[in-house]
Ligand binder design. Structure first.
Ligand code: FES
Length: 115
């Protein structure tokens, strides 16, 4: 069964920033959304390098200081914001798992969870 969950409103994520979410109420962010050039990109918060490692070293720190890449704090892997592809680091060539994001006309952002 599928279950739609609202993450936030578009205005909750400023340009060139990211935010983590806990849509399954597990007590840990499992999905994050990046806003870049007016577009939103959502990924599972799991680094492809090692196990189920979460990317940020503290809440919502998914981007490098320049806001050009997604970064994994564990070993410094860099990921393209648009594609999720790792371009540098120990998992170069692997990719983050994209999460389909639904943007409603009212400005709300949703994902669909599988039960
Ligand atoms: S766990 Fe992400 S770079 Fe190693």
């Amino acid at each position: 069964m599928k279950n739609r969950v609202m993450l936030c409103r578009e205005g909750d994520i400023p340009e060139v920033s990211a935010r983590g979410f806990d849509p399954q109420r597990q007590g840990i962010d499992t999905v994050f959304v990046v806003k870049k050039d007016g577009e939103y990109f959502a990924y599972a918060d799991i680094c492809p390098h090692y196990g189920d490692t979460s990317l940020p070293w503290k809440k919502d720190t998914y981007l490098d200081s320049a806001g050009e890449n997604i970064v994994c704090a564990a070993h410094g892997a860099l990921f393209n914001i648009r594609s999720g592809l790792c371009t540098s680091g120990p998992c170069k060539g692997d990719a983050l798992r994209p999460i389909p994001l639904i943007q409603e006309p009212d400005g709300s952002l949703w994902i669909t969870l599988e039960d």
